[in-house]
Design a protein around this ligand. Structure first.
Ligand SMILES: C[S@@+](CC[C@H](N)C(=O)[O-])C[C@H]1O[C@@H](n2cnc3c(N)ncnc32)[C@H](O)[C@@H]1O
Length: 271
């Protein structure tokens, strides 16, 4: 990929946010350092496991919503390690002609993603950095796979909180939005403070400072709402993860104390 960014190194001693997330989801693609960081997170925020599962359920509902809106191309930035019900499985299950581009800056995601997708020509996994949105949008492989003149489902799930600077995070979403055709949609999920006391938030931040991402920045509902500027937020708006169009067959998990996530889907109206 033609990008200037330096990919995250695979250093088993430095916890990676992709592998911590994998551990929280019950996956096996993680090292001792990741498991230790994840266990510390669970200590700080007992709902960490429930939170990541509910984020994955939102992913499924958001992709289904986009598919039902006629979207057949998906750009998933900060895609994470393959798990169950990845974007391509949900999208292709509903609309077999769908095409998916996964982008992540953690090399372990590329290795595992490529192995999973070896026999699927409609889905590709590329190295790329959310902080370089123009490089992602201009990348020849991305453009060979996605036609930006047609609607795209953009997924920014549990990744914008790894961009600490508010202005930069807003510019990233605007740059991506400006390249999308009418009929496109964005799904965002974002870490928020929940009911964690200040000292636990500080411990959580310190923990993320030691990971491959370098930091994590929970944001308020108002701050996260700004990422939807220029999009029409579909009902029920920006809400707690389990409140976004819940499905009858997926009852909520018990709420434990800890951080919360806000999620929403925005549409670019067809003219
Ligand atoms: C918490 S996981 C979320 C995975 C998936 N999007 C989901 O919601 O289930 C965050 C992912 O974002 C990736 N990531 C973090 N910063 C990134 C950046 N600047 N560019 C691309 N990917 C990034 C991490 O490597 C990790 O795989």
């Amino acid at each position: 990929m033609h990008m200037k960014h330096v990919p995250v190194e695979i250093d088993p001693n430095v916890p990676s946010v992709a592998r911590i997330y994998d551990y929280l989801l019950g996956g096996k693609d993680n090292f001792v350092s990741d498991r230790a960081a994840a266990e510390k997170l669970i200590e700080l925020t007992p709902n960490a496991r429930e939170g990541v599962r509910s984020n994955r359920r939102f992913l499924r509902r958001a992709v289904r919503f986009m598919t039902e809106a006629g979207i057949r191309q998906f750009l998933d930035i900060g895609a994470g390690l393959p798990t169950q019900e990845n974007v391509h499985q949900v999208a292709l299950g509903l609309a077999p002609e769908s095409r998916v581009v996964y982008i992540d800056n953690d090399p372990i995601v590329l290795t595992h993603g490529r192995a999973l997708l070896a026999d699927n020509g409609q889905t590709i996994v590329l190295d790329g950095d959310l902080r370089e949105p123009s490089a992602v949008l201009d990348d020849p492989q991305v453009n060979a796979h996605i036609d930006f003149d047609r609607p795209v489902g953009l997924l920014l799930l549990a990744v914008l909180h790894f961009v600490p600077d508010d202005d930069m995070a807003e510019r990233i979403v605007t740059t991506l939005r400006d390249r999308l055709a009418p009929g496109s949609a964005v799904a965002i999920s974002h870490l928020s403070f929940g009911d964690l006391p200040e000292d636990k938030v500080a411990e959580g931040r310190a923990l993320y400072n030691r990971t491959s991402a370098g930091s994590a920045t929970p944001r308020s509902r108002e701050e996260i709402t700004r990422f939807f500027d220029g999009f029409e937020l579909v009902e029920p708006g920006l809400v707690s993860t389990d409140d976004w169009r819940p499905e009858a067959d997926h009852p909520r998990l018990p709420q434990l104390p800890g951080v919360d996530g806000y999620v929403g889907v925005g549409l670019l109206r067809r003219r």
